[in-house]
Design a protein around this ligand. Structure first.
Ligand SMILES: C[S@@+](CC[C@H](N)C(=O)[O-])C[C@H]1O[C@@H](n2cnc3c(N)ncnc32)[C@H](O)[C@@H]1O
Length: 256
């Protein structure tokens, strides 16, 4: 992959496909009862983590919960439904947002859910419009994390919470956006008070085991999408190699 990888095209390609049955089986095997299968996450989130996020966002009826890098929106819609907040999904990939709308309708959340194309660096929101922002396993794809932190602070109301998961990295990987070893200085610089910064349970075993099982089922994965197995193997091999550069997967809670 080149340094100028177009992540919106990469994710649009993935998210326009129906959820992968093989990947869902693998996540189910690795996460056990912690895997929220009905929410079709495209991430390493878990049932316990989603309950924690729903507590930490501290929003309720009439508040706006923004989910940046929503993907198909299953996890974010669950948090919105649990808290009673209105839901706004923002993502760089349109096919994921179409699935968010379908899921919102199926849940009867039509009137409380909206979607828009946008990115961490340019959020489609007025200053102070968000009651809280959540984001699961998406911030690592931003080309400019400092700009993202400032933009997140801009859209949050004073006292509003940012709750996200991402990874700290020990080194930069070729073909991946710039990473950092610790997000706290970036958040502090953008005016956030960091309330919690926790390594998420069992993250490394889950990651490595998922990668191992994916690489063992390349032919089935290729058959699902019609891609050549060599291309699928190359993509999953690249993904598996990123774990060696990860220091930790973190759950971050910060207040504007
Ligand atoms: C690993 S997926 C996680 C999706 C979802 N949060 C979940 O848990 O299922 C990462 C998501 O981040 C989105 N994304 C990547 N770069 C982004 C950016 N710069 N701004 C906003 N979203 C981005 C991708 O399109 C993708 O939907």
């Amino acid at each position: 992959m080149s340094a100028a990888q177009d992540w919106s095209a990469v994710f649009a390609d993935v998210l326009r496909q129906p959820e992968s049955r093989v990947q869902a089986e693998i996540w189910g095997e690795v996460f056990g009862e912690e895997y929220p299968a009905e929410l079709a996450p495209y991430s390493y989130t878990s049932r316990s983590e989603l309950r924690r996020i729903a507590e930490e966002v501290q929003v309720g009826a009439g508040d706006l919960l923004v989910d940046v890098g929503s993907g198909r929106g299953g996890p974010g819609l669950w948090v919105a439904a649990t808290t009673g907040a209105d839901y706004f999904a923002v993502d760089i990939a349109a096919p994921g947002l179409a699935e968010v709308r379908r899921r919102a309708t199926a849940l009867g959340l039509d009137g409380r859910a909206r979607t828009a194309l946008g990115s961490f660096e340019a959020l489609p929101l007025e200053a102070g419009e968000a009651g809280a922002v959540m984001s699961i396993d998406a911030l690592l794809f931003t080309p400019d994390k400092q700009a993202a932190a400032h933009e997140l602070a801009r859209v949050l109301r004073p006292g509003g919470r940012l709750v996200l998961t991402t990874w700290d990295y020990s080194r930069q990987l070729a073909g991946r956006p710039p990473q950092v070893a610790d997000h706290r200085p970036l958040l502090a610089d953008a005016g956030f008070r960091v309330l919690a910064y926790e390594e998420t349970p069992d993250w490394e075993r889950r990651h490595r085991e998922t990668d191992r099982l994916l690489l063992a089922r390349i032919d089935e994965l290729a058959a699902e999408t019609g891609e050549h197995p060599d291309d699928v193997r190359a993509a999953f091999t690249e993904m598996a190699s990123t774990v060696d550069a990860m220091l930790r997967r973190v759950l971050v809670v910060a207040e504007r």
